[in-house]
Design a protein around this ligand. Structure first.
Ligand SMILES: Cc1cc2nc3c(=O)[nH]c(=O)nc-3n(C[C@H](O)[C@H](O)[C@H](O)COP(=O)(O)OP(=O)(O)OC[C@H]3O[C@@H](n4cnc5c(N)ncnc54)[C@H](O)[C@@H]3O)c2cc1C
Length: 279
C-alpha cells in the first residue's frame, strides 16, 4: 500500500501535461511524471519516494507511437517493453528489453521509465546509444530534439518539468548484425552482472554496457580497441578491461573480481557472435 495520498492526472495532450505540471509546481507540490508506474509504486510503498501529484503520460497519443515514419523508427516514451519486443521493429532493442524484469512487469514498464529510472541499470539505453538515437523532449520551453548521447551522461540529464515524448532511430540501424547478451547472478530474471548490446556498422563494432560500472555507458576508447585489427581477441579484451570509465562495481549480485571475469567472457562471446553474424 502507498502510505500517502496523491493526486492523479491523466492528460490527453503534451500541452495539457506541461500545463498541469506548471500549475501543480506553482502550488508548491511535488510532482512526478508517470509512465508504467512500476518504479513509482515500488519506491513509494517503502517510503523511498514521495509525490503530491503524478502525471500519467499514457493518455498522450504522441507517447504511444510505435512505427516506422519514412526513414525513422519512432518509439513513444510510454510504449511498454513487451510491445517493443513484439513489434520486432528494432530487434536489438527488442531482445535487450526482453531481458528486463519478468513478462508481467514488462507489460507495464515503459521505455521512458527505464531510461529515467533511478536504478543504475537502464538497459534500454544500450541499443539506443549504439544506434545514435535522438530524443524528443517537451517542457515549458516547448519541444526540443537532442542526440541521446548529449542527454545521457551516466543518467538522463533533463530539466525538472521536462519529459521524453519520443525516441527516434534511423531505420538503417534496425537491420544491422547485432548481439544482445545479459548475465545475471542466478536466474534469467534479475539485475545484470553484465549486459551488453552491440552492433556492426560499416565493419565497425559499436558496444554499450550496463551492470559493470555504476551506470550504463558506450565508450569510444573501448570501441577503438575492439576494432583494432592488429590485436588478437584476447588482447582486445584485456585492453578493454583497462579502459572502463570507472571501477567495476561490487554488490549483492557479484564481487568485483567475478564481475570482471564475467565481463571478459561476455566480451569474448560478443566478438565471436558478431563474427558469426557477419559470416
Ligand atoms: C521486477 C523488476 C525488475 C527489474 N529489472 C530490471 C533490469 O533487469 N534492468 C533494468 O534496466 N531495469 C530493471 N528494472 C527497473 C525498471 O526498468 C525501472 O524501474 C523503470 O523505471 C520502470 O519503468 P516504469 O515505466 O514503470 O517507470 P515509472 O514508475 O512510470 O517511472 C520511473 C521514473 O521515470 C520517470 N519517467 C517516466 N516516464 C518518463 C518520461 N516519458 N520522460 C521522463 N521521465 C519519465 C518517472 O518520473 C520516474 O522518475 C526492474 C523493475 C522491476 C519492477
Amino acid at each position: 500500500m502507498i502510505p500517502f495520498d496523491f493526486e492523479y492526472y491523466r492528460p490527453e495532450s503534451l500541452t495539457e501535461a506541461v500545463q498541469t505540471y506548471e500549475t501543480l509546481i506553482s502550488q508548491s507540490k511535488t510532482v512526478l511524471y508517470y509512465s508504467g508506474g512500476t518504479e513509482f509504486l515500488t519506491f513509494s510503498r517503502v517510503n523511498q519516494l514521495y509525490a503530491d501529484a503524478i502525471i500519467d503520460l499514457k493518455g498522450i497519443p504522441e507517447c504511444n507511437v510505435l512505427e516506422l515514419q519514412e526513414d525513422q523508427l519512432v518509439i513513444g516514451s510510454a510504449v511498454s517493453l513487451n510491445n517493443i519486443t513484439e513489434s520486432n521493429l528494432y530487434p536489438l532493442l527488442g531482445q535487450t528489453v526482453k531481458k528486463i524484469a519478468d513478462h508481467t512487469s514488462r507489460n507495464k514498464i515503459s521505455i521512458g521509465g527505464n531510461l529515467h529510472s533511478r536504478l543504475i541499470y537502464r538497459e534500454a539505453v544500450l541499443p539506443l546509444l549504439v544506434a545514435d538515437a535522438t530524443v524528443k523532449l517537451t517542457g515549458n520551453d516547448g519541444e526540443t530534439v537532442h542526440p541521446l548521447k548529449d542527454l545521457f551522461n551516466q543518467e538522463l540529464k533533463i530539466n525538472p518539468g521536462q519529459f521524453i515524448v519520443q525516441i527516434n532511430i534511423s531505420k538503417d540501424y534496425t537491420t544491422l548484425p547485432f548481439v544482445s547478451l545479459k548475465k545475471t547472478k542466478i536466474s534469467k530474471v534479475g539485475y545484470p552482472v553484465v549486459s551488453i548490446a552491440a552492433l556492426v556498422k560499416e565493419r565497425q563494432i559499436r558496444a554499450a554496457l550496463s551492470g559493470v560500472c555504476p551506470y550504463p555507458f558506450r565508450s569510444s576508447e573501448i570501441e577503438s580497441v575492439l576494432n583494432n585489427s592488429s590485436l588478437t581477441k584476447e588482447e582486445k579484451i584485456e585492453k578493454a578491461g583497462t579502459l572502463l570509465p570507472s571501477p567495476i562495481i561490487e554488490d549483492i549480485q557479484a564481487s568485483r573480481d567475478y564481475r570482471e571475469f564475467v565481463f571478459k567472457n561476455t566480451l569474448l562471446e560478443t566478438l565471436e557472435a558478431l563474427e558469426a553474424a557477419q559470416a
